[in-house]
Design a protein around this ligand. Structure first.
Ligand SMILES: [Fe+2]
Length: 325
């Protein structure tokens, strides 16, 4: 089996490089999962190089049909698995090893652009999505090149941008005691730290530099360590808008959390809501959003690309996974 680049209407081209790269089986290919997995295995190194160049790869029309097939592809691609510790979203484990559902927060609510787990010291290098069931309407996983967002951010408010770059930011979040499916940040401390033991949760927070307060309600108030908001990708030298400022400021809202306080500068001062809102608009202008088709597989280089989810109607099942490298 061989795959080849194709074009889709939603694709963009920046400096002659397509975003995302879209690959599909050559006409007459076998349609066997084993052949596709073998192709991935044979091209594992090249795929990582293409992810670095293009930021994202969409596989369309490839013979996938299950979470297990998705997992087999990631194994064949030699992507190093990592546990989902510290993420904010409600999720369900699908395979024992590495596949979860994508964020299960309410369909009517958009999930703003973010780098996966940007708030932890060692975020995943890659994030993967597999479309099991496409929504009837909407539900695109829109993607945007982070270097382009960084450039727009600096144009929008150079002074604020330089403070953000110099100081870094902290995220403030109250986690529920039990998973709350009605909230976009409803992941309980138990699910977040994969334990029911407070001492174990505390040990994990200590490890990542998060400070905490247990509330009487059983909820957990957390403040992360100072984390860089602008990063330089060591492979490409690109500066990236590597933070969850937009997601936190526009999206971390529920009965426990005030989004305008969800992100602060490293020294504790408030952020510029105006600059963040304008940067969110710039992301929408720069992004690519393609309607999912069942069987689509999307590889995202999490160091270079932000992703989001648009609101949707009807059944939708997108599976997800992350890899360290
Ligand atoms: Fe995400």
């Amino acid at each position: 089996m061989n795959v080849q680049p194709i074009t889709i209407d939603e694709q963009k081209t920046f400096d002659g490089v397509s975003f995302p790269l879209v690959l599909a089986p050559e006409p007459g290919s076998s349609g066997e999962l084993d052949d596709f997995v073998a192709w991935i295995s044979a091209n594992a190194k090249e795929l990582k190089a293409q992810l670095r160049e293009h930021g994202a790869i969409l596989f369309r029309g490839c013979p996938l049909g299950s979470a297990e097939a998705f997992e087999a592809v990631l194994e064949a691609g030699d992507f190093e698995p990592m546990p989902y510790v510290g993420g904010a979203a409600p999720r369900t484990q699908v395979t024992a090893k590495r596949i979860l559902t994508a964020n299960e927060s309410p369909p009517s609510e958009p999930i703003p652009f973010h780098h996966e787990m940007a708030q932890v010291p060692k975020p995943p290098g890659y994030v993967f999505f597999y479309c099991d069931v496409a929504a009837e309407r909407g539900g695109e996983t829109a993607i945007v090149l982070s270097n382009r967002v960084y450039k727009r951010f600096v144009e929008i408010d150079p002074d604020f941008a330089s403070e953000v770059e110099r100081q870094g930011v902290r995220y403030v979040r109250v986690m529920p005691d039990q998973d709350d499916a009605t909230s976009p940040i409803g992941r309980s401390w138990r699910s977040t730290f994969l334990t029911d033991d407070r001492a174990e949760a505390e040990a994990k927070m200590r490890e990542i530099g998060t400070s905490w307060t247990w509330l009487d309600s059983g909820e957990l108030h957390t403040v992360t360590s100072v984390v860089p908001a602008i990063r330089e990708d060591d492979r490409t030298g690109q500066k990236t808008f590597f933070n969850s400022m937009v997601a936190a400021y526009t999206g971390w809202v529920d009965s426990r959390n005030d989004p305008e306080r969800a992100v602060i500068l490293g020294d504790g001062t408030p952020v510029s809501g105006d600059a963040i809102r304008k940067t969110a608009e710039a992301m929408t202008e720069e992004c690519v959003a393609f309607p999912w088709q069942a069987g689509d597989l999307l590889f995202v280089d999490n160091r270079l690309v932000l992703h989001s989810r648009r609101p949707y109607e009807g059944a939708r099942r997108i599976l997800a996974s992350i890899a360290l490298a």
